[in-house]
Write a protein that binds this ligand. Sequence first.
Ligand SMILES: [Fe+2]
Length: 393
Amino acid sequence: MSVSRIVFTPLNYVGWGSLEQLIPEVERFSPKKILVVTDPVLEKIGLVQRVIRPLTEQGYDVYVYSDVVPEPPLEIGEKLVSFTRQGRFDMVIGVGGGSAMDLAKLAAVLAVHEGPAADYLNLTGTKKVHKKGLPKILIPTTSGTGSEVTNISVLSLDTTKDVVTHDYLLADVAIVDPELTVSVPPRVTAATGIDALTHAVEAYVSVNASPTTDGLALQAIRLIARSLRKAVENGNDKQARIDMSNGSYLAGLAFFNAGVAGVHALAYPLGGQFHIPHGESNAVLLPYVMGYIRKSCAKRMADILNALGGNSSYLSEEEASYRCVEELERIVRDVGIPRTLGGFHIPETALERLTQDAVKQKRLLARSPLPLLEDDIRAIYRAAFDGVVAEPR
Ligand SMILES: [Fe+2]
């Protein structure tokens, strides 16, 4: 009998208007000096003011840190950690997409540790996180990363990515308000939405999946499948934004507990070497990874097909898994993301270095229902380059 370790964020507010819970929640921690980590675009369009204004009106001393870039390099994390230590803050609020929230978690925890952030990296670090750090509230402004409910901070290295991870990185409070996602442009809505879909799909087929994560993942897939195209087409579609927000949140809870696998492992080097946004890296690889592994988890792929709105009733599991891959391909195409590596101007000569970097993502690859070794990874990148789904030999 297997035992699943299930961890959730202590407190989450989810729904249209949930940002109203911010002040009562901040009050619980009685902070004097608050650091808000956000990205410069949100500062420019004024969205972050919706968080800052109520705080300053209540008399809190608020400092905004917006030296945040997508797929943040380790150096950005190091700078923010030093800044947080020197500033003697007593609360951190992360507002934005995955990058801002990941950095906020890192800063809140490492503010009470010593040494550079590099020492705490999963693959190459030598130190372990051992203190909880400052209280932190996370407020996503996209529907995708799930960072508000996970214990991971992802950082870009020279050619790939690594993470700092510990349950102390979990938010004390997550506030998931779909109203904040209305102004997200279509391409970002598409990329972050496919990221969320990938979280749910990979969690559902993960070797660590459990009945708890299965329920979360399948409901996430249903919500995302029925709303992502609408949210991309019309950002003001309130119901679509609500569904995407709930779908992304559920997918976050699912993958935090069951893990993501091959798609993310192969996507990281695309982000690291070619600076392709995380969601788009996942999107271009999703059909090729799932097409490659589908026979190892055909029953589960049939379930996913049904959650995507298809019907597996009259199909064998093998046929349903094939249809599932087709349906995933269709969603990626419909939301306008390139379907091949060539669509991102990645040359054929890059495939070997991508393979060598992806092989290192052992933490992620270990969750794949089909073990993915170097030759398998090379074949999947080749398939994504050629635009033809491949299967194991
Ligand atoms: Fe992701």
